[in-house]
Design a protein around this ligand. Structure first.
Ligand SMILES: Nc1ncnc2c1ncn2[C@@H]1O[C@H](COP(=O)(O)OS(=O)(=O)O)[C@@H](OP(=O)(O)O)[C@H]1O
Ligand SMILES: Nc1ncnc2c1ncn2[C@@H]1O[C@H](COP(=O)(O)OP(=O)(O)O)[C@@H](O)[C@H]1O
Length: 207
């Protein structure tokens, strides 16, 4: 019997089919690929490309995209620091469930605050792969596919990441994707970098 948060008198129920059983079935290891970066850095593009490459190799993944989750699970949250923290916390918990199901869970969120990302890592420390899309603000702002930077510069959106709200880059991420000689790798190349990491670390086969 335990007390967790505001819940008292609660019990953990163990199921007979384990994570190891599920991983054997899928021939892969459940994990969290956490993609962080500025708006417009290419998080959703990488997440989709990675999902496609894994699918082509017969590996089961699922994308948790910040923008998309804000249409449902997180629709009561805005962009204050407290709301962003709660947004990341919820997605971290959901990602942990997907990883427990045996999937390669791809979470793509700005997740601007280091402490929030670190809290997610702490949920599954051995199976958390932080991918930093290290694209310069000028590139992201130049892309501006949704016109949000323009609105932020005009003062019509307050607290926009990179403009008047901070982005804290990772200090110890597993993978960093950046421009080479001023060129951004293609979406396929970015995804390939992550797939190579997953393969090298043995995630693409059962333990
Ligand atoms: N103030 C502010 N700051 C940053 N982003 C904003 C803001 N307002 C709206 N948007 C849009 O919301 C998308 C980011 O959602 P996330 O859930 O990834 O953000 S966070 O991790 O909670 O910071 C983000 O999507 P991406 O461009 O895909 O990153 C924006 O489209
Ligand atoms: N590697 C890339 N090379 C060229 N353009 C890219 C690349 N990645 C993303 N883009 C483009 O940049 C814009 C922002 O990408 P998106 O994935 O929506 O970023 P985010 O999810 O981080 O906001 C889109 O128009 C997308 O087509």
């Amino acid at each position: 019997m335990a007390t967790v948060g505001n819940s008292t008198n609660i019990f953990w129920h163990e199921c007979p089919v384990s994570k190891v059983d599920r991983q054997k079935l899928l021939n892969q290891q459940g994990c969290i690929v956490w993609i962080t970066g500025l708006s417009g850095s290419g998080k959703s593009t990488l997440a989709c490309s990675l999902g496609r490459q894994l699918h082509c190799r017969g590996k089961l993944s699922y994308v948790l995209d910040g923008d998309n989750l804000r249409h449902g699970l997180n629709k009561n949250l805005g962009f204050t620091p407290e709301d962003r923290t709660e947004n990341i916390r919820r997605v971290g918990e959901v990602a942990k469930l997907f990883a427990d199901a045996g999937l390669i869970c791809i979470a793509s969120l700005i997740s601007p605050y280091r402490k929030d990302r670190d809290a997610c890592r702490a949920l599954l420390p051995e199976k958390f792969i932080e991918v930093f899309l290290n694209m310069p603000l000028e590139l992201c702002e130049g892309r501006d596919p949704k016109g949000l930077y323009k609105l932020a510069r005009a003062g019509k959106i307050k607290g926009f990441t990179g403009i008047d709200d901070p982005y804290e880059p990772p200090l110890n991420c597993e993978i960093e994707i950046r421009q080479e000689d001023g060129d951004c790798p293609t979406p396929n190349e970015m995804a390939g970098q992550v797939v190579s990491y997953l393969e090298d670390k043995g995630y693409l086969e059962a333990q």
